[in-house]
Write a new protein. Structure first.
Length: 195
């Protein structure tokens, strides 16, 4: 079991940085992601909680209101400087629990997503899994059948409220490869055909 003396010695070894400049006057943080409260005579290390897979701590702001903050974001703001709205903190090694300063960097949301996909941390959302998708697999198969029957791409595009380029890409297999493959294998897929 760790004693208070051991914790205080560890605190002296790993220098910490006060967080009063970012609105938390009674706290400090180390470059290894340890957060301490300075409210009492001696510093007390805060125990992080899990917040959507990230380590987080609840701190009291200057105005007395509590705020739960992800440790990796605190680290980036304190040590790397605040990069503004919309920027995200990337864990370089992909491990959300490694909040060492050397493992953190500011990135745009798209850079962060590309990093996660490239490192196998998440799968790209394609087809109807993408929130940008206007079509489902059934509709794509129906479009493919309509193009094979010779219906004009322009009319198909109007019917589904998509561009002619999308219809063309579905016809040639540039888009919706999963749906085209399902058609080739003749797997039963509900096309939701319109009557």
């Amino acid at each position: 079991m760790t004693t208070n003396n051991e914790i205080q010695k560890a605190v002296k070894i790993v220098a910490d940085t006060p967080m009063d400049k970012i609105g938390f006057p009674c706290y400090s943080i180390t470059k290894t992601g340890r957060v301490f409260s300075c409210k009492r005579k001696s510093k007390v290390e805060l125990k992080p909680t899990d917040r959507n897979g990230y380590k987080a701590v609840t701190l009291v702001r200057r105005d007395g209101k509590p705020k739960t903050v992800n440790i990796h974001r605190l680290m980036a703001i304190v040590f790397l400087g605040d990069r503004g709205k919309g920027m995200q903190v990337n864990h370089i090694n992909g491990n959300k629990h490694h909040n060492f300063l050397s493992n953190l960097e500011w990135t745009t949301p798209s850079q962060n997503s590309r990093h996660a996909i490239a490192n196998g941390l998440t799968k790209p959302k394609i087809g109807e899994d993408s929130h940008f998708s206007k079509l489902n697999i059934g509709q794509v198969l129906l479009i493919k059948k309509m193009t094979e029957k010779g219906l004009s791409q322009r009319n198909i595009a109007k019917k589904f409220k998509i561009s002619q380029a999308t219809v063309s890409d579905i016809k040639t297999g540039k888009r919706w490869a999963k749906a085209i493959e399902a058609l080739r294998n003749e797997r039963p897929v509900n096309t939701g055909e319109l009557k």
